[in-house]
Design a protein around this ligand. Structure first.
Ligand SMILES: CC(C)(COP(=O)(O)OP(=O)(O)OC[C@H]1O[C@@H](n2cnc3c(N)ncnc32)[C@H](O)[C@@H]1OP(=O)(O)O)[C@@H](O)C(=O)NCCC(=O)NCCS
Length: 138
């Protein structure tokens, strides 16, 4: 993934149920994320057109994935699985062995995907968040 993928990526994310596009998802926001996390985010192209995306990063301790989306016409062909594998493999090479993803509870496709992929659904933690200096959709 490069900053130039932004227009096609934002279009795909806006069409993907279960993906929440936030104020942070600007061209500058994507460029900053990629600069902080080089080589950890991937897109898949089908017939020269962006068909899937996954943003990966880490904070030095844990990996975090964001915005997994596959174009509706390209699903159930293993594309998401391949993107996740690329990302986890790249994280592992940087010494990051544990990675998190937030999934909306009402996202059946998303939850089905991560459960099938062998990820552990956490019922032992709550995620707490705070917004400072931005709007509620930060
Ligand atoms: C979830 C999503 C990314 C899966 O992409 P995909 O490329 O179709 O996934 P894969 O082909 O790699 O699927 C691998 C396995 O995950 C599971 N899976 C995938 N989609 C599923 C669904 N809709 N419901 C239940 N299980 C699903 C299946 O076990 C599947 O294997 P199978 O096709 O042999 O049955 C895609 O449906 C999507 O973009 N959805 C909208 C956005 C979204 O919800 N993103 C996730 C945010 S956390």
């Amino acid at each position: 993934m490069t900053p130039d993928d932004y227009p096609a990526m934002i279009d795909l994310m806006r069409r993907a149920p279960g993906v929440s596009v936030r104020d942070a998802d600007t061209p500058e926001g994507l460029a900053r994320f990629l600069a902080r996390n080089p080589g950890l985010s991937f897109v898949a192209e089908v017939d020269g057109r962006l068909a899937a995306c996954l943003m990966g990063g880490h904070d030095g301790r844990r990996g975090h994935l964001h915005h997994l989306a596959v174009d509706a016409g390209c699903r159930r062909q293993g594309i998401a699985s391949a993107l996740v594998e690329r990302c986890l493999s790249a994280l592992e090479k940087q010494g990051i062995h544990k990675t998190h993803i937030d999934v909306y509870r009402n996202n059946a496709a998303g939850n089905g995907f991560w459960e099938n992929a062998g990820w552990t659904r956490r019922d032992d933690t709550h995620r707490f968040s705070i917004v400072r200096g931005g709007s509620e959709s930060a």
